[in-house]
Design a protein around this ligand. Structure first.
Ligand SMILES: [Fe+2]
Length: 167
């Protein structure tokens, strides 16, 4: 929708739309992660974060509303790339050790999402869009919590080794 950015507000809208596309990609990816997870606790972790992600999408849509703007769907090539990379590595990995792949894809995505929200919040604060900043902080908090849970799970998976799989 934007050919050229002339104002900080236009850039903000573009990045907000990109965050929305990012969360849609993330929701799709979490479904994949849940489907391929071998450990029940990981399925739960991914399912719960998918629930949060649905709320995050609503928060982002509400941000547009608060700004009096139409929701836009700016591209998010980074999450598309992370998703492609994850799917390709899952295909090449034995199910006994695939949880490690899922957790690294999950953590990489969360860290990217955290950076996206951090910079959106900086700019929402700068333009005095307080209600928008509150919603963005809600999303950021969930991403930070998800990131910590994934890191903890990754440590446990790395230490416990391969799982038994009924083929
Ligand atoms: Fe997330």
């Amino acid at each position: 929708m934007f050919e050229h950015f002339n104002t900080a507000e236009e850039l903000f809208s573009f990045k907000l739309g990109s965050a929305l596309s990012m969360e849609h990609d993330s929701l799709e990816m979490l479904g994949e992660l849940e489907q391929h997870a071998q450990r029940a606790e990981l399925k739960t972790l991914f399912r719960e974060h998918a629930e949060e992600t649905r709320q995050q999408i609503k928060n982002l849509e509400q941000c547009f509303q608060l700004l009096g703007e139409k929701v836009n769907d700016s591209p998010s090539p980074t999450t598309k790339g992370l998703s492609r990379e994850g799917k390709s590595t899952i295909r090449k990995t034995d199910p006994r050790i695939v949880d490690t792949v899922l957790l690294s894809g999950g953590l990489e995505t969360e860290r990217y999402e955290i950076a996206v929200y951090e910079i959106l919040i900086v700019n929402a604060d700068a333009r005095g869009a307080d209600e928008v900043a509150v919603l963005l902080r809600e999303n950021l908090k969930q991403e930070e919590a998800a990131s910590e849970k994934i890191k903890k799970a990754a440590r446990e998976v790395a230490q416990s080794g391969p799982v038994e799989v009924n083929k």
